[in-house]
Design a protein. Structure first.
Length: 365
């Protein structure tokens, strides 16, 4: 029986893959570069991400919704194709590694102070590995459920915080060096990384006429959500305080104090959401990486590829000693590979595909 998912499954999968643990430090990273203008940069980055998403959609359409591995090999050849697949996998495992280690550091700070880092990492990676063994359709079903569990409480939390914030803190607009805008736009595009997951899930959408609507809609939703988080962080803390907070989003939720409510410790709520944000991102990216590895080297099952990836991911997660090392890994290795995968590769594939189709006189999709 052929695998199929609903258009909403594609929408939810893209959103929960993009919005990982980076959300909780995102306001600080923008405040350090563009102060109160982070929400503007977020909207601009969201606009460019929608364009890049459309390019990926066109690549899929022109290649008759083949797998990304076949698309790369058919258009770039075997030699170049293997190099691109290697870079693709490097980007995915680096994203998993930085996400996983950030997740562990926060868990140790707020929940499991005395638990060894190695144990938390092993449990997290093995749990994700077991989960992805259930296959692509079941992963999408989990993403659909996780979407509502993750974002309904976040909306409720933001509505409570809205009464406490001073939204004049998002002013003034401007008064930042032009170079800061460009550098922050670059890093913000990286924060949107993960939407290349469309190559994994779009080919099995039951109604392909809705693929574009679902994929671009997911980018619009993500852009708005990121923008709201940045605005609310500034409204509650001011730009100077946001710069000094390691995890502004967590601190923002911890400030909630409603006398008489049934929730006494709001950090428990945010930790639950934190685990979901992290697990959904890691499991989706790990499945994507194992699928690329399986298809590239003609492995029989994803579980073989996953077994190969587990020690690599564990080593990457364990390498950083602190948040400074995590930030360095993200800047030196992850960011260039993300830009390559979400900007350079899709544009290259689109150009090469159109050239080949024109040379052949066109094909009927």
């Amino acid at each position: 029986m052929k695998e199929t998912i609903k258009p909403f499954g594609l929408f939810a999968s893209i959103v929960v893959t993009i919005i990982g643990v980076g959300l909780f430090s995102y306001p600080r990273e923008l405040a350090e570069k563009v102060e109160t203008n982070g929400w503007i940069i977020t909207l601009v980055a969201g606009f460019f991400s929608c364009i890049l998403m459309y390019i990926m959609y066109k690549v899929l359409i022109l290649n008759n919704y083949e797998s990304i591995t076949n698309i790369i090999f058919n258009n770039l050849g075997k030699v170049v194709g293997y190099i691109v697949i290697l870079i693709f996998n490097l980007e995915l495992v680096m994203a998993i590694g930085t996400q996983g280690r950030s997740f562990v550091e926060v868990i140790k700070k707020y929940l499991l102070e005395k638990t060894p880092t190695e144990l938390i990492l092993i449990v997290t990676i093995l749990t994700a590995s077991y989960f992805i063994s259930f296959g692509r359709v079941n992963i999408v079903k989990f993403n659909e459920i996780a979407f509502w569990i993750m974002f309904i409480p976040m909306v409720f939390i933001l509505l409570i915080i809205m009464k406490e914030g001073d939204f004049t803190n998002v002013l003034p607009i401007g008064q930042v060096k032009i170079s800061n805008y460009f550098s922050s736009l670059f890093s913000t595009l990286v924060a949107f990384g993960g939407f290349e997951i469309i190559f994994l899930f779009a080919p099995i959408v039951s109604d392909r006429n809705k693929v574009l609507k679902s994929s671009v809609g997911s980018m619009i939703f993500t852009s708005i959500f990121y923008t709201v988080i940045v605005i609310f962080s500034l409204a509650l803390f001011t730009k100077h305080e946001v710069k000094n907070l390691l995890w502004p989003t967590i601190t923002m939720v911890n400030t909630i104090d409603i006398p008489g409510t049934f929730v006494e410790r709001w950090e428990g709520v945010i930790m639950t959401l934190w685990i979901l944000f992290n697990f959904s991102t890691i499991s989706n990216l790990m499945f994507f990486s194992s699928t690329l590895l399986k298809e590239s080297f003609n492995l029989q099952k994803e579980v073989v590829a996953t077994t190969i990836l587990i020690p690599i991911i564990y080593g990457i997660c364990l390498y950083p000693e602190n948040f400074t090392d995590i930030a360095m890994m993200s800047e030196k290795i992850l960011r260039p590979t993300v830009i390559f995968m979400i900007v350079i590769l899709p544009i290259t594939l689109l150009i090469v595909t159109k050239y080949k189709l024109r040379k052949k006189g066109g094909v009927k999709n």
